[in-house]
Design a protein around this ligand. Structure first.
Ligand code: AQP
Length: 336
């Protein structure tokens, strides 16, 4: 397989936010433009590793799909689908779980972070999340997986599981997925606390700009964003001990496809009272067309469902032979 095949996904745990957009979605659009074969799933099976309200899960699944499309993922060029519509994800997960050592899962930092002090009460699904992620990737023999820092450890595990299977069955069925490192890392932090990443599950709405926020809401959230009292510096080094200022400057830069150091030459010396309205303008200009398109798409859920079903059919066509081969190698009769 000489062409790149990319697999990535987002959890329908709430509305997508600016962090999901700048850190992942915007890069996916670039990958699609480069001509890679792309599969973008809405990872609903991952979402249920923490309890979900069924109606919210249904709504968020469509919203995330609408956000993909509104941001520029073209369903005629890329495959967009809900993970649960391809049974191969859960099937392969079980098969791979039988060859994943608990010791390796015990080292996964995301489980420790998410389970916190209540690890004894956390569900098996949360613990096994990285095995499902390995199944997502290996099912499609994805060559490249765009990953942020938080997912690098999981991708490494997927590579190890692929090796274990291949070694055990003397095969080359699974290929080693490579991390796809995107340009300057866009890690967007909370608008209320520059040391925490912007997150869908943050209880404070003010901490994030959601892709469904209208211009007024965006302006209000940026106006209320935490800052310090200093003017903006003229070098990136000058932002080092100022996490909130650093975050707002890097959002301003990323929205314009520039680096922080490029934009600092224009905004150095400005107070936040002057800079925040500039940031509002850039954010609203960039995000409004996406929000408008999302709302149009969401006004006709049957069209989104049609796109997701068509995507799932294509994904199933790729997944089914992998499942069949895996099961045959493992010794199943394969009568289904
Ligand atoms: N703040 C962020 N900055 C940059 N990138 C981010 N991503 C998430 N938050 C930021 C990237 O978005 C993609 C999808 O993430 P996900 O849906 O799997 O969930 P997540 O990474 O756990 O994001 P959240 O918003 O914090 O969700 P919850 O609150 O549900 O856990 C990934 O590529 C991620 O790197």
């Amino acid at each position: 397989m000489s062409q790149k095949r990319i697999l990535s996904g987002m959890q329908p745990t709430n509305n997508l936010h600016l962090g999901n957009y700048l850190g992942a979605l915007k890069n996916w659009v670039d990958l699609q433009k480069e001509g890679a074969e792309c599969l973008f799933c809405v990872v609903d099976l991952h979402a249920i590793t923490v309890p979900q309200n069924p109606d919210d899960l249904r709504r968020s699944t469509r919203e995330v799909a609408a956000a993909y499309i509104a941001a520029g993922i073209d369903p005629t060029r890329s495959i967009i689908f809900p993970q649960s519509a391809v049974p191969g994800h859960s099937q392969l997960m079980w098969l791979l779980a039988t060859m994943t050592q608990m010791g390796k899962l015990n080292r996964m930092t995301q489980f420790k972070d998410k389970a916190g002090k209540n690890a004894e009460k956390a569900g098996l699904g949360l613990y096994a999340y990285p095995v499902l992620m390995a199944a997502d990737i290996l099912l499609y023999k994805a060559t490249h997986v765009p990953v942020g820092d938080d997912q690098k450890q999981h991708l490494e595990l997927a590579r190890e599981i692929a090796s274990t299977f291949n070694h055990r069955h003397k095969s080359e069925l699974f290929i080693q997925p490579e991390p796809y490192i995107m340009g300057e890392a866009a890690r967007v932090m909370s608008l209320q606390d520059g040391s925490k990443k912007m997150s869908k599950s943050d209880p404070s709405e003010k901490s994030r700009i959601s892709l469904i926020d209208n211009a007024d809401t965006i302006a209000k959230k940026i106006r209320k964003a935490r800052t310090d009292t200093e003017a903006l510096p003229d070098t990136v080094e000058g932002l080092e001990s100022r996490p909130e200022a650093k975050n707002l400057v890097s959002i301003y830069a990323a929205l314009q496809g520039k680096t922080s150091s490029e934009v600092l030459s224009d905004i150095a010396g400005k107070q936040f009272s002057e800079f925040k309205p500039m940031l509002v303008d850039v954010a609203v200009d960039h995000l409004s067309p996406i929000t408008t398109r999302m709302n149009e798409l969401l006004s006709d859920t049957s069209e989104i469902d049609r796109i997701l079903k068509a995507g799932a059919d294509k994904a199933n066509e790729i997944a089914t032979p992998t499942i069949n081969e895996t099961m045959e190698m493992m010794g199943f009769l394969g009568l289904s």
